[in-house]
Write a protein that binds this ligand. Structure first.
Ligand code: AHR
Length: 345
């Protein structure tokens, strides 16, 4: 009897250990710094991978999608800067898929790049990519979009985030609109890619700013995935339910231009019947302001190349890099669109 009990207890303990170790291999990525080993690639402070000083590097740029002028301008800026310095750059394009972007970063790691610049498609799904690069001893700089700050942080898991203050962009558009409308508006909001930092933050900045205005109401808020045609489709559908709309706030110029086409197709006059506002400052956006169809757009510059490469060199030189480097943004409306269109993309 006693021997049977002992055997049962032993079996239960073995099963419990097996279950616990299986759970361990499935656990979500955490922000725990990679442990050092005899081939230590991490720096003493914060566990970030080191970067040896070299004249030329081989770097990776993990781009999220290439379906709009903003993305094309960003990739071009990175390529131009690499060419200027004689560095090798490997560019990947995730085609708008977070899963593909994780695989792209795996491929950059396998190609043994010295460092990775990454524009994460969405905040949460790209955390594992940051952690894998860190574990492989490859320093990462996030460009234009960030990852979930609860899981990964600048100065600890990646060197830094370089980009715009998206909350402020939304706020600045709202402030312009409050002045323009006198605080009365029925708004349709076209959101960017769900789960991306610009969509989350531009919504927060705008929605919070108009809360002070009892006469401003959001009729509907829906994603157009930062894409011109998807923005047009979303607007055409929402217009049927909300023909009384007076304002469209699009999270980027591409969706705003799509919305303008949908408004015109429905017989409305953008700029007169409906005020359209957005973010980016691309050439077509500035032209739409000049044509009187777009009210205003807050700039979000895609020209990251010089700052991104300079920051990486500073890091290799052992300089202290802040966990966030925020780009200053201009603001365009009818007062300055003409003066700035030649310099846009
Ligand atoms: O992350 C920045 C945003 O992404 C830009 O506003 C948009 O045009 C792009 O796709």
């Amino acid at each position: 009897m006693k021997r049977t009990h002992l055997f049962m207890l032993f079996s239960m303990a073995v099963v419990a250990m097996l279950v616990l170790s299986a759970c361990g291999t499935e656990s979500a990525p955490t922000a725990t710094p990679a442990t050092s080993s005899s081939t230590d690639t991490t720096s003493a402070s914060g566990g970030l991978p080191k970067l040896a000083k070299k004249d030329k590097y081989k770097v990776g740029f993990s781009q999220t999608v290439s379906d709009n002028p903003w993305r094309l301008a960003e990739t071009q800026s990175m390529k131009d800067e690499a060419a200027k310095r004689g560095w090798e750059i490997v560019v990947t394009d995730a085609g708008g898929s977070a899963a593909k972007q994780v695989a792209d970063v795996d491929s950059l790691i396998a190609q043994k790049v010295d460092a990775i610049f990454m524009a994460p498609q969405e905040e949460k799904p790209l955390v594992p990519a940051v952690m894998k690069a860190k574990a492989a001893g490859i320093p990462v700089i996030l460009l234009d979009r960030s990852v979930d700050p609860a899981q990964a942080q600048g100065g600890r898991d990646y060197i830094t985030f370089i980009g715009s203050d998206f909350v402020k962009e939304g706020q600045r558009v709202a402030e312009w609109l409050i002045k323009k409308t006198g605080g009365t508006a029925k708004i349709i909001e076209l959101e960017g890619t769900t789960g991306s930092s610009p969509a989350n933050d531009r919504k927060k900045g705008f929605d919070d700013a108009i809360k002070s205005q009892p006469g401003m109401q959001i009729l509907a808020s829906q994603t157009g995935q930062f894409n011109r045609d998807k923005g047009r489709e979303a607007m055409a559908t929402l217009l049927q339910a909300h023909p009384d709309v007076t304002v469209v706030y699009a999270h980027n110029d591409e969706m705003a231009i799509g919305a303008i086409a949908a408004l015109e197709a429905a017989g409305k006059k953008p700029g007169q019947d409906v005020t359209v506002v957005s973010v980016d400052g691309e050439k077509d956006g500035l032209q739409a302001i000049i044509d009187g169809k777009l009210g205003a757009t807050c700039e979000c510059s895609p020209r990251f190349g010089p700052k991104a490469f300079d920051t990486l060199v500073s890091y290799a030189n052992g300089e202290t890099i802040p966990p966030q480097i925020i780009n200053p943004d201009n603001f365009f409306d009818a007062t300055n669109a003409k003066d700035n269109i030649a310099n846009s993309y």
